[in-house]
Every structure is written in C-alpha cells, then in structure tokens.
Design a protein around this ligand. Structure first.
Ligand SMILES: Nc1nc2c(ncn2[C@@H]2O[C@H](COP(=O)(O)OP(=O)(O)O)[C@@H](O)[C@H]2O)c(=O)[nH]1
Ligand SMILES: Nc1ncnc2c1ncn2[C@@H]1O[C@H](COP(=O)(O)OP(=O)(O)O)[C@@H](O)[C@H]1O
Length: 208
C-alpha cells in the first residue's frame, strides 16, 4: 500500500487531557479492542507506579539519562509536566509512519502544542471529563499521588481544561462506558483520514 497517497497517508494522533481524565484507560481499551495503531511509548523521569512496566507504560529514565537523550536530539518533543520530565522518542514514531501505521501519542497539553507546530497535519484530540467533580474524584481515587502532587495536578487540570479549544476534537469520557469513547475516537480518525483523502480542510468540533 503506497502510504504516500493522501488516502493511505498514516495519521499522527495526539491524545491529551488533564491528569486523571482517563487517557490511559482509553488507550488500554483501544489495545484490548485491537485498534490497529502504533501506540508510542514515551519516556519519563517520573517514578514507576505500582503495576507499571518499564518499556510498556513508559521508558523510565533517570534525569541524567533523560537529559542525555535531549542532547542527542532523540525526542520529537519533551516537556516538564507536574515536576517530572516526559519525552517522545522520535525514531519509533517516524518508522511507524513510514511503515504506513497510524501513530497514537499520549501527551500533555504542552506536548500537543509542540506536535501542532512540527506536524501541522497531526490530529489532536482532547479527552475531557464528564465534570470537574468526576475528574477530582477519579484522580484522588486512583491513589497514585501524594497529597501535594494531587493538589498540583488538580490545579494544572483546571488550566489544561482551558486549552481544550486548541484541539481538533474534544471527546467526553463517559462513566463506565470506555468502549463507546474508543468507538468515537476511531470514528473521528477514520473521518479525518477520509476527509484528507478528498482534500477537505480539517473541521474542529466538540464530538458528543
Ligand atoms: N509532553 C509530553 N507529555 C507526556 C509524554 N508522555 C506522557 N505525557 C503526559 O504527561 C502527563 C503525566 O503523565 P502521568 O504521570 O502518566 O500521569 P497521568 O496523566 O495522571 O496518567 C500526562 O498528561 C501524559 O499524557 C511525553 O512524551 N511528552
Ligand atoms: N470511563 C471511565 N469510567 C469509570 N472510571 C474511569 C473511566 N476512565 C477512567 N476511569 C478511572 O479514572 C482514573 C483515572 O484514569 P486514567 O486512565 O489513569 O487517567 P489518565 O491516564 O488520563 O491520568 C482511573 O482510576 C480509571 O480507572
């Protein structure tokens, strides 16, 4: 398949949204539903959470290792998020796109902005919570942050929610119905791919 034809051109998709909104949950469901994408693994200096696997959830690096990768130009983008470093290794993303695969990058709002700048044709999706209370409850219930870190993430979330209108689509997470959220994301990706096929401009909208 000639991935250079606009109809088969692989899409770089960014999934962003505030901490605790459900990004990992949606990604996990996409993998379970075997949605065919390259799920980019990014690097972080954040300590591993219980149950997280190095090389699957993240590449867990020391600050020194991370900075060395920055110096070697290995990241497509990187950012300091909630006090830890995060960065997207470039070569696996470029390789997957060249192989004709759609790529999914789970990034914070800063990372999404960087991708928008460097890859204007990328599709930026913002996952929004059903409500602020829902977000606060689930971030707290996840029990992954110290009280201080929790406060920092809650404050950051309010700022990040304001950035939603910078994205191509805002997808609402639905309580106990992640599958329908995945179906909606797949529909958006397919719609964007076909509209690029026909050379139509991208349309932004809040998809309900
Ligand atoms: N800019 C950027 N953000 C990333 C990268 N990897 C993960 N993130 C984002 O960093 C933020 C914090 O991630 P994490 O500590 O796993 O917390 P979570 O959002 O509560 O699951 C989330 O918004 C992630 O999407 C990356 O490579 N670059
Ligand atoms: N649609 C949903 N319905 C119910 N609980 C959800 C849903 N999406 C996420 N959660 C829960 O909310 C918490 C935060 O989700 P997570 O995927 O870790 O968010 P993020 O990766 O955006 O930080 C987790 O405990 C997760 O199980």
């Amino acid at each position: 398949m000639d991935s250079n034809l606009p109809c088969n051109k692989p899409l770089l998709v960014v999934l962003s949204g505030p901490s605790g909104v459900g990004k990992d949950t949606v990604l996990q469901k996409m993998r379970e539903m075997q949605i065919p994408m390259h799920y980019a693994i990014t690097a972080t200096t954040r300590p591993k959470r219980p149950g997280e696997i190095d090389g699957y959830h993240y590449y867990f690096l020391s600050v020194e290792e991370f900075k060395k990768k920055i110096e070697q130009g290995e990241f497509l983008e990187y950012a300091n998020v909630y006090g830890n470093w995060y960065g997207s290794p470039k070569s696996p993303v470029i390789r997957a796109l060249k192989e004709g695969k759609d790529v999914l990058l789970k990034l914070d709002v800063q990372g999404a902005r960087s991708v928008r700048k460097d890859f204007p044709e990328a599709l930026l999706l913002f996952l929004a919570p059903p409500s602020i209370e829902w977000l606060k409850y689930h971030l707290r219930a996840r029990k992954t942050e110290t009280p201080e870190k929790l406060r920092a993430r809650e404050e950051a979330a309010l700022e990040e929610l304001k950035a939603a209108d910078e994205f191509d689509y805002v997808v609402l997470n639905r309580d106990n119905d992640v599958e329908s959220v995945v179906r909606e994301i797949v529909e958006i990706i397919n719609r964007e791919k076909s509209s690029r096929c026909l050379g139509r401009p991208q349309e932004s909208s809040v998809s309900r």
